[in-house]
Design a protein around this ligand. Sequence first.
Ligand SMILES: Nc1ncnc2c1ncn2[C@@H]1O[C@H](COP(=O)(O)OP(=O)(O)OP(=O)(O)O)[C@@H](O)[C@H]1O
Ligand SMILES: [Mg+2]
Length: 343
Amino acid sequence: MAPRSTRPGPQAPPARTAYGEDALIVCDRLVRIYTADGIEVQALQGLDLLVSEGELTALVGPSGSGKSTLVNILAGLDAPTAGSVRVAETDLAGMSARERLTYRRKTIGFIWQQTSRNLLPYLTGQQNVTLPMRFGRVGRRDRRSRATELLEILSVAHCADRTPGQMSGGEQQRTAIAVAIANRPQVLLADEPTGELDSATAADVFGALRTVNAETGVTVLIVTHDSAVSAQVRRTVAIRDGRTSVETLRQTTTDEHGRATHHMVEYAVLDRAGRLQLPREMTQPLGMRDRVRLESEPDHIGVWPDASGAAGTAAGTARTVGAAGTAGTVGAAGTAATTGEEA
Ligand SMILES: Nc1ncnc2c1ncn2[C@@H]1O[C@H](COP(=O)(O)OP(=O)(O)OP(=O)(O)O)[C@@H](O)[C@H]1O
Ligand SMILES: [Mg+2]
C-alpha cells in the first residue's frame, strides 16, 4: 500500500472551504491552561467543535473533562489560552471589555446549574423576564407582552406573579430559560441546568429547552451528566480530557407502515488533522497499541493490530473493524442501537 500522502487521487480534490465556514459556533484547536500554585492544568487540549445554527446539542463527559471551561469561554466569561473561537461571527479571543459585555447581553443567553443564581429572589417571574429587556432597550408594552408569551411557551404562566421562593426548582429553571432568551440571543448555553433536579423534573426542563429550540430557533448547547439526554436531543458530543471524542446522533428511519424508529448511532470524531481516537473497548481486546495498520477499502478503512510482533498480544489476528465498529466506518452507520421511542 502506497503511503497516502503520495498516492495520486482519482480526481482533483474538492474545493476546500474554511473550517467551520457555515457554523454558528466554531472552536478551532481550543486550549485553556489554568495555573494554580505553579501547577498547570490543561483543561482544554486542542478542542475542535462545530455547531450549526438552530442545532440542539448536548455536551457530556466525566467530571473535570473541561465542559464548564468550554461553556464559560463560549459565554464570554473566560478567554482561551490558545486556539480560536468564533460565535455568530464574533471572534471571542480579540474582544475588548465593552464588546464582551455587548456580546454577553445580545448574543448569549445563559442558564446556571444553581437555580438560585438564575433569578433575582425579590422579583416575580414576570419581572425577572422583563429585566434583561430593560437593558436591551425594549419598550414597556413590548417587554410585558414578550414576558407573558415566553412564560406561556415554557408552561410557567402561573408563576408570573410569584417570586422564585414560591416556585419549585423545575419552575425556577423554566423561568430562567425565559429570562435567558428574553433578548432573543442567538445561542443559549446551559451548564448542568438540571443538576439540582430529580429526574422527572429534569426531563421537563430538557423538554422546555427543546421547545424553545423548536419554537424560537435559538441554538442550544446543554452541558449535562444525565446520560438519558442523548435520547432527547439529536446530537450528543462527548468530551474527554479536554477534547471532543465521540458523537452520538439520533437518526430516524421510517418503515413501510410509516412508523418512525429512532436509532442512536455513535461516531468517532475525526479532527482537522485527520486524527481519530479509537475507543479503548475496541482496541484493547485486539491488543492494539502504539501503532496499527490501515488498509483502504472502497467503502471503509480497515484497522489491524501491528502484526510485526513488536507490540500487542493479538498480533496476526487481522480483523476488519470497519464492518462493525466506529473506527473504520465514519460516515456509514457505526454501532447502531434501536431505541424505538417516539420523538
Ligand atoms: N479556575 C480554575 N483554576 C484551576 N484549575 C481549574 C479551574 N477551573 C477548572 N479547573 C480545572 O480544569 C479542569 C476542567 O474543569 P471543568 O470545570 O471545565 O470540568 P467539568 O467537565 O465542567 O467538570 P464537572 O462535570 O465536575 O463540572 C479540571 O481539572 C479542573 O480542576
Ligand atoms: Mg462543570
